[in-house]
Design a protein around this ligand. Structure first.
Ligand SMILES: NC(=O)c1ccc[n+]([C@@H]2O[C@H](COP(=O)([O-])OP(=O)(O)OC[C@H]3O[C@@H](n4cnc5c(N)ncnc54)[C@H](OP(=O)(O)O)[C@@H]3O)[C@@H](O)[C@H]2O)c1
Length: 332
């Protein structure tokens, strides 16, 4: 059987370009003892992928040149040399940017697809998406009905779920996104009470107008200037939850820290960071809550699916330049 892969051929300097990647065909090896072959159905385009393209060995490691790009995915087992997984099983794992993968069964999770499609385990039920939003909003941020909440990159995958969870918990939710269309998406589809376009200029003033009594909880996916504008507007005893800082990922050698950090002591506020894997023991509880909200029609994560492994590089470029609404997936 043949497999097709998107491999990294040059490390991006700044913004990634499609020419940093190449599409190659190869023979799919037979699974060795304990391994399975998987036909990949969907790949998750996550912000952390950008940091793995650098030579610098960051939090998520550095991937090798000429290897399939690091990516989490879901697929079906098509050949098995393992007692733990059978042909036809739906699985999740580090499948990589390719049409087929051969991996040890121990690296894969068998999925229950009786009431949700497999790709939901990359989106609303995904570790890097829905569970991240839950961990940051509930476990770290302790969101409640009296909070005015702001979420940055709110129209993206983590942000869209974070906004909806805050709404379910009774908070007033303000999303920050780039452009009028994304702001309309936030209020009309995601259910935000208000949306602010950070590209329209003077974000701090716009936030002041949207949250005149101050921001109690900020869920930050962006960092940089957006974080500074929100810090200017935090309420007394605010919680600032650092989920990520995508505005910094194209130049991790020169990460810009917040200039307005003195608002933290002045307003008796707290700045807290987290990685989703730290909350692994709570994943079953988080998944159960999200499933209930999905079933009850209270939580829905729109998907943006790019067709074809040949377009995997375009999807990476798209994520880093704000082309996606909701969860960005590639269907190889
Ligand atoms: N802590 C954890 O364990 C954990 C786990 C998973 C993800 N994360 C973090 O969650 C965040 C969201 O990731 P995601 O995979 O869900 O991506 P995403 O939000 O679906 O997509 C990224 C979005 O970020 C915005 N963006 C890109 N560059 C920007 C810039 N320079 N300034 C402002 N906004 C920019 C774009 O939206 P606009 O068009 O609105 O600019 C883009 O659509 C990332 O920071 C990621 O690192 C953290």
């Amino acid at each position: 059987m043949q497999q097709r892969k998107a491999v990294l051929v040059s490390r991006p300097q700044g913004e990634p370009k499609a020419s940093d990647f190449r599409i190659v065909d190869a023979e799919l090896p037979d699974p060795a003892a304990g391994q399975v072959a998987v036909a990949v159905e969907h790949l998750s385009i996550d912000a952390f992928i950008r940091t793995t393209l650098d030579a610098r060995d960051g939090h998520h490691g550095s991937m090798d040149l000429n290897a399939p790009v690091t990516a989490l995915g879901v697929g079906r087992v098509v050949a098995s040399a393992s007692d733990d997984l059978a042909v036809g099983d739906a699985v999740f794992g580090p499948l990589g940017a390719q049409t087929h993968a051969v991996l040890p069964a121990a690296m894969l999770r068998k999925l229950d697809v009786s009431d949700v499609p497999a790709r939901a385990y990359l989106g609303a039920l995904g570790m890097t998406t829905g569970l991240t939003a839950y961990a940051g909003m509930v476990c770290v941020g302790d969101v409640g009905p009296d909070d005015t909440v702001v979420v940055s990159a709110a129209a993206g995958a983590v942000g869209s779920v974070a906004c909806q969870i805050a709404g379910i918990k009774g908070a007033r939710v303000i999303g920050i996104a780039g452009g009028a269309d994304k702001c309309a998406f936030l209020t009309e589809t995601i259910g935000c009470d208000a949306a602010v376009d950070y590209k329209a200029g003077n974000l701090s003033k716009a936030l002041k107008a949207a949250a005149p009594d101050g921001i109690d909880l900020f869920f930050d996916n962006v960092g940089g200037e957006v974080l500074d504008a929100v810090l200017e507007n935090i309420a007394k005893e605010a919680r600032v939850v650092i989920c990520g800082a995508i505005s910094q990922y194209n130049d991790m050698e020169h990460v810009r820290g917040p200039a307005n950090y003195l608002r933290i002591p002045e307003r008796n506020a707290r700045m807290l960071g987290f990685t989703v894997d730290h909350y692994m023991a709570r994943f079953p509880e988080m998944e159960a809550d999200i499933r209930e909200w999905m079933k009850g029609g209270r939580l829905d994560l729109p998907e943006h699916v790019v067709e074809g492994i040949d377009h995997f590089p375009d999807a990476i470029v798209m994520l880093m330049s704000g082309g996606n609404r909701g969860k960005l997936l590639v269907a190889p």
